[in-house]
Unconditional design. Structure first.
Ligand code: NAG
Ligand code: NAG
Ligand code: NAG
Length: 87
């Protein structure tokens, strides 16, 4: 009986941590509302749809943008600072 219970809890814990990792991979840190976002080191392959297009400063280092197309950042018409160090 006891082993079944602990396996169940282990499964719940693993599922919970996977969800946390998945969601944090999609979430940029808001440093200044609608303006400055830090998306560093999230393993992102594209600009998250959650970024408002009023974003002015974007720190996007240590991600995996496969290519930078002209459309990649065009949504962010007010972008004036972009950090792509070691993207
Ligand atoms: C950010 O944008 C949202 C939606 O456009 C708006 O409701 C909110 O007031 C804005 N916040 C600031 C600080 O500009
Ligand atoms: C871009 O900046 C201008 C001037 O601050 C502002 O009027 C405009 O609403 C901004 N555009 C977006 C998409 O936030
Ligand atoms: C900015 O976002 C709003 C809704 O969030 C959208 O209606 C608008 O078309 C966007 N502007 C650009 C230039 O993408």
């Amino acid at each position: 009986m006891a082993p079944h219970v602990s396996c169940f809890f282990l499964a719940v814990l693993l599922t919970a941590s996977c969800e946390v990792i998945t969601s944090s991979g999609q979430t940029c840190i808001e440093k200044e509302a609608n303006k400055t976002y830090n998306c560093e080191n999230l393993g992102l392959r594209e600009i998250p749809a959650t970024l408002p297009n009023s974003t002015e400063c974007l720190e996007f280092s240590f991600n995996f943008l496969p290519t930078i197309q002209s459309t990649t950042f065009s949504r962010l018409i007010n972008l004036t600072y972009l950090d792509l160090t070691r993207y």
